[in-house]
Design a protein around this ligand. Structure first.
Ligand code: ATP
Ligand code: MG
Length: 340
């Protein structure tokens, strides 16, 4: 059998996963897991913004694993990996930090956004000191992707600068030392950035504007009832679909795209009451989420299976990571005792 190409991707354990994670990333992972050798990383080294709440991180490790199983990731064909239980990640991060220029990190848009928050943002963030990890986490992300010598990295749009950084690093390492790393490609999901239920730019835990994959049917209905649906309108007053995020969600998730488009046309022409739109979205999402809930319930009742998925995946992966580190040490001429 020819060797399958490899995928590495991950999520930080900071809470339950939401529709943004699904449409931006997970949906692709599920689709690709048959054709690629996949490693899915729970990136628990990258939670410096939750360092004062490790209880949350601990709980979220299980939440993330449950959500992954719920959406249909297969922990036997793929590896579920807890980042910090593969200490080779820190080793590769240290070695790569020799080669990554500081300017590259300072240009990182995520870092810039976080810094802006600290300077001008809300009370919680304002004036906080910046942990060194803020600067170094992209190096670790590069190390994460290079560790399994990944070919493809399916991620949300916000991650693209990190993939570019990884490509540059791989090129440089291959050129200056030994050609051991494929230059990984990014693959952005069907919905590069899903807006939040409040209509703001990004669905995100920290903004409290999420619909979670594990939400009950009632919780979903309630969140959609409260969802922002554009500027105030009379019941049968036409509206602009571009101003109403419900249409973005229908476009993203409604399997009957023809009907959704008809509804959008009608909305622009004669108006459609928000209740009708919201009811439709509720049905669409609950239909999509129901099988996830069922699988989640199964695993929640069988937590030893979840533990096994994490333990086995992490062990399998660590063996691969050690292979890569042997190649890296050899390329950098650091295998002192072997070559004496
Ligand atoms: P949150 O913003 O909710 O705290 P996060 O951004 O910290 O989540 P990550 O672990 O950084 O979560 O992201 C996991 C993956 O999900 C990444 O590939 C990211 O691009 C993608 N993703 C997260 N939120 C969205 C969204 N609203 N739309 C599309 N993709 C998203
Ligand atoms: Mg993020």
């Amino acid at each position: 059998m020819t060797e399958r190409k490899r995928i590495l991707t991950g999520i930080r354990p900071t809470g339950s996963l939401h529709l943004g994670h699904y449409a931006g990333a997970l949906e692709n992972w599920v689709r690709l897991q048959r054709d690629y050798e996949c490693s899915f990383l729970i990136a628990d080294y990258q939670v410096s913004d939750y360092a004062d709440d490790i209880a949350r991180v601990r709980a979220a490790v299980w939440e993330v694993a449950l959500d992954w199983l719920a959406v249909g990731l297969d922990p036997e064909g793929s590896s579920f990996v807890i980042e910090s239980l593969v200490p080779e990640h820190t080793e590769l991060t240290t070695l790569l930090s020799w080669f990554l220029p500081l300017g590259m990190l300072e240009r990182n848009p995520t870092l810039k956004a976080e810094m802006a928050d600290i300077e001008t943002g809300d009370e919680k963030k304002k004036g906080r000191s910046v942990p060194i990890a803020f600067y170094t986490y992209p190096v670790m992300q590069v190390a994460n992707i290079l560790m399994p010598r990944a070919h493809l990295v399916p991620v949300g749009e916000d991650q693209l600068p990190h993939i570019e950084l990884t490509r540059e690093t791989a090129r440089r390492f291959n050129r200056e030392f030994k050609p051991i790393f494929p230059e990984p490609e990014a693959l952005v999901g069907r919905v590069p950035r899903l807006v939040g239920t409040d209509g703001t730019a990004k669905m995100s835990k920290s903004r409290g504007n999420t619909i979670d994959l594990k939400d009950s049917a009632d919780a979903v209905a309630k969140k959609i009832r409260g969802m922002y649906a554009g500027p105030p309108r009379g019941l049968d007053e036409p509206g602009k679909t571009a101003e109403n995020p419900i249409f973005l969600y229908l476009e993203a998730f409604d399997p009957e795209q023809d009907e959704a488009r008809n509804m959008a046309e009608q909305y622009e022409r004669t108006g459609v009451p928000n209740k009708v739109l919201k009811d439709r979205l509720t049905t669409v999402l609950n239909t999509m989420l129901e099988p996830f809930r069922e699988r989640r319930a199964y695993y929640e009742a069988n937590m030893p299976l979840v533990r096994e998925a994490l333990a086995d995946g992490t062990a399998r992966y660590r063996a691969k990571a050690q292979e890569t580190m042997a190649l890296v040490r050899d390329a950098l001429d650091l295998n002192y005792l072997e070559k004496h």
